[in-house]
Design a protein around this ligand. Structure first.
Ligand SMILES: NC(=O)c1ccc[n+]([C@@H]2O[C@H](COP(=O)([O-])OP(=O)(O)OC[C@H]3O[C@@H](n4cnc5c(N)ncnc54)[C@H](O)[C@@H]3O)[C@@H](O)[C@H]2O)c1
Length: 327
């Protein structure tokens, strides 16, 4: 069964970032012409090193907050994969102005430019943080609570704009609510680094990772290859009922931070057995954190034919090995 997008002209915003660069790579491999728009605020040039010479790849260094950069990037494009944003809940609590500027202001600019240029479909990175304080588990797409951070608000507002644009203009939109994505090329450094690359790097350096709270909070950690699959499926689906929708993109499996630490330690311990003796340090809880997050992926399974191939354990095997060889 054909499950990959081929022979299309696509734009990946945020293509120098973690998810974006993996998306660029997989879209090139399946035979598309790929434009990347990035301002390198959190993205890295080294993430693009593998394809910068590829004749089907074009980099536009620019900002989604600049409408002219958006117009340039969407010219001649069939499908947009919008990944550019300022991620991280704590970052948005520290600096809500920048997160709002990029994640809402930039979102509307690239979406409007895409619509003006006649782009057929706009697929965008939404977020599980939109579920906020809603108590139900697993999370189903139409039941959301109050947002717990400026970041969550920005991602929800994006969904409202996308849905409004789909109704008002002739542009198809699909929002993918990612749940804690991890994998190769994810940044382990800085105050807003995600937990898996951060823990792995600290263990590699024989340091004790800090767990915020008692480690019982849980997440639906999702390996990057599952996310790539969801993006390809969102690009090729032709069924009307599946378009102008929002989907959870996850594995549908809950892992506590304590369990996660043990998994990573066990895998990294195969490379260096000193790691097996390291214990975590427990610190204060973080503001804005949801306690438990677990996705229902039934909607994506039914309408997109999404079938994630990597469990958390299988994804961690590949990710930790990648970090071991590349950090
Ligand atoms: N990683 C996750 O677990 C996760 C979970 C839910 C949603 N998301 C969303 O997925 C998307 C990608 O996340 P990521 O983890 O790859 O983050 P990332 O920080 O690695 O990538 C974001 C990219 O966007 C670029 N960017 C930021 N502001 C820009 C601007 N104004 N103009 C142009 N480019 C800009 C950055 O330079 C970077 O390359 C984001 O929209 C994020 O909110 C990620």
């Amino acid at each position: 069964m054909e499950r990959l997008l081929r022979d299309s002209r696509v734009l990946v915003t945020g293509g120098a970032g973690f998810i974006g660069s993996n998306l660029v790579e997989s879209l090139l491999l399946s035979g598309n012409k790929v434009v990347c728009l990035d301002n390198f605020s959190t993205g890295k040039r080294e993430n693009l090193a593998g394809f910068s010479d590829n004749p089907d790849f074009k980099l536009i260094e620019g900002d989604i907050r600049n409408y002219e950069d958006c117009e340039k990037a969407v010219r001649g494009i069939d499908i947009v994969f919008h990944q550019a944003a300022l991620g991280s809940v704590p970052r948005s609590i520290k600096d809500p102005v920048s997160s709002t500027d990029v994640n809402i202001g930039g979102f509307v600019k690239i979406l409007f430019a895409a619509k003006e240029a006649g782009v057929k479909r706009f697929i965008y990175a939404a977020s599980s943080s939109t579920y906020g304080d809603h108590p139900d588990l697993p999370k189903v797409e139409d039941k959301i609570g109050n947002a717990l951070s400026p970041y969550a608000i920005t991602k929800y507002v994006d969904e409202l704009f996308a849905s409004n644009f789909a109704k008002t203009y002739e542009i198809e939109t699909i929002g993918l609510r990612y749940f804690n994505v991890f994998g190769r090329r994810q940044d382990p450094d800085g105050p807003y680094a995600a937990v898996i690359p951060k823990f792995t790097k600290m263990l590699m350096e024989h340091k004790s990772p800090v767990i915020n709270g008692d480690g019982t909070i849980s997440r639906d950690f999702t390996y990057i290859d599952n996310v790539l699959q969801a993006n390809h499926l969102a690009a090729i689906i032709n069924d009307k009922a599946a378009i102008n929708q929002i989907y959870n993109v996850a594995h549908g499996e809950r892992t506590s931070i304590n369990q996660l630490f043990s998994y990573i330690k066990e895998i990294a311990g195969r490379f260096d057995e000193k790691i097996l003796d390291i214990k975590p340090t427990y610190g204060p809880e973080r503001a804005g954190d949801i306690q438990h997050s677990l996705a229902s992926i039934r909607k994506a399974q039914r309408l997109l034919r999404y079938a994630p191939t990597y469990s958390v354990a299988a994804g961690l095997e590949e990710a930790v090995e990648w970090f071991w060889n590349n950090l």
